[in-house]
Design a protein around this ligand. Structure first.
Ligand SMILES: *Cc1c(COP(=O)(O)O)cnc(C)c1O
Length: 430
């Protein structure tokens, strides 16, 4: 049930992501979700192309995830993590340590991706304090996205996250030009020049480099060259700086590898995970690091790592994450993601010659159509819903990152809807 009254209350009182309460864009009431489909209050079903922002990789209402939640709920939904531990957290962290590169063996659990990024930056600063140095600057890339809390925002692309609003409050960090060599391009060594210049100039002040490996997500849906990431690792080693890989969007198979760092065969010093960690069921994040970083943090003046959220290690979230990782470990994602990639290439790359299209790119289970002019949000959202699909573009980016379990027919519905939208000038701003 979703009444006209509910709709009116929602419009007047509830903020949705990045919207104005003054003049909100329309919202679509969803009352149920199953596998790869969302059910609207009026009974219509939409094929989901978003995985609820990278998260629902196994689809919705998954029996194994539901069962894990029910079993854990019957034991306890939550208990504090200070001075207490529990089987669900231990099992999840065992899985995380075994799935990630060998050097990453110490896990910090937190509530959301943004908090994982805060934690990673705090780890890097405390690591330097443990070495007797106060280092508070970070080096990152333009067009990056790392979350909406203040430290995370301070390393997001300055224009996209409107740093101008927070001038004087956000700490200033260093931004290297965004990589220009795309994933499949021939590598051009000059692509790393700006990064190399900045790290050479500021390395004595910098605590860590933080970036999204290979896939720059919310800052532009760009796929850059693995060699760029290799060079970053080499420069971090040369100057003795930590490398933080934010795999909150890319972790658990989305880019075609279990972790996007594998495209470049590099290992970060700190790894942030979130989004798909619980299969899209609950909010949870994990920040992993090496024994050396953990030990060095222990030598800082505080003597411990200064963080501890109320819901740290929430048992329900750990249990469902554990079930999700078990599904990942069974390995079906590899075939599924490869199949999605092939179909996206077949069906989206054909749109490259369309007059409204500036670029089309595909990597793993991510397909991006970049239009020449920005979409008219309200109009295109409505168009897609009328076409029976859930696709939520932003700016000039119409993109798909469906649940791995999507069928070929469902995926074809998504790509067909994009093709039709491009033919409709009313859906784009001039
Ligand atoms: C979504 C995202 C975050 C922030 O995660 P939240 O759970 O929304 O706080 C951080 N980094 C990247 C790369 C993301 O895609």
């Amino acid at each position: 049930m979703f009444t006209q009254d509910d709709r009116a209350f929602d419009r007047q009182h509830i903020w949705h992501p990045y919207t104005s309460l003054h003049e909100p864009l329309p919202c679509y009431p969803v009352v149920a979700a199953e596998k790869c489909q969302l059910e609207l209050a009026d009974g219509r079903r939409l094929v989901d192309g978003m995985s609820s922002w990278w998260a629902a990789i196994h689809g919705y209402n998954h029996p194994r995830l539901n069962q894990a939640l029910q079993q854990q709920m019957a034991q306890m939904s939550h208990v504090m993590f200070g001075g207490i531990t529990h089987p669900a957290a231990v099992q999840l962290c065992r899985q995380l340590v075994s799935m990630t590169p060998e050097a990453l063996e110490c896990v910090f659990l937190a509530d959301s991706g943004s908090v994982a990024v805060e934690v990673s930056m705090k780890m890097a600063m405390q690591y330097w304090l443990g070495r007797g140095e106060r280092r508070q600057q970070f080096l990152t890339l333009q067009r990056g996205y790392h979350g909406d809390t203040f430290a995370a925002m301070s390393v997001c692309d300055p224009d996209n996250s409107m740093h101008s609003l927070w001038r004087g409050f956000l700490p200033p960090h260093h931004f290297a030009a965004a990589p220009q060599c795309a994933f499949d391009d021939a590598w051009d060594e000059r692509d790393i020049d700006d990064f190399a210049r900045l790290i050479a100039q500021h390395h004595t002040q910098i605590a860590a480099v933080i970036l999204e490996p290979i896939v720059q997500g919310a800052g532009g849906m760009r796929f850059y060259h693995p060699r760029y990431l290799q060079r970053v690792r080499e420069y971090c080693d040369r100057y003795g700086l930590l490398l933080i890989a934010d795999e909150i969007a890319t972790g658990f198979g989305r880019s075609g590898k279990l972790f996007a760092c594998e495209h470049a065969q590099i290992v970060p010093d700190i790894l942030c995970l979130g989004k798909a960690l619980t299969g899209g069921t609950m909010t949870l994040s994990a920040t992993l690091t090496t024994r050396e970083v953990a030990d060095t943090i222990g030598r800082s003046e505080a003597g411990c790592f200064m963080h501890g959220p109320t819901f740290m290690g929430n048992p329900l979230a750990c249990a469902v994450a554990s079930a999700s990782l078990a599904l990942v470990q069974e390995g079906a994602w590899q075939r599924q993601v490869a199949g999605i990639e092939q179909q996206l290439r077949d069906q989206l790359l054909a749109l490259r010659s369309h007059p409204q299209v500036a670029d089309v790119r595909v990597l793993g289970a991510i397909g991006v159509v970049e239009s020449r002019t920005p979409v008219n949000m309200a109009a295109i959202q409505r168009f897609f819903v009328d076409q029976g699909v859930w696709i939520r573009p932003f700016g000039r980016l119409i993109y798909l990152m469906p649940p791995y379990i999507i069928t070929a027919d469902e995926l074809a519905q998504l790509t067909t809807a994009i093709g039709r939208a491009l033919d409709n000038p009313a859906l784009f701003n001039a």
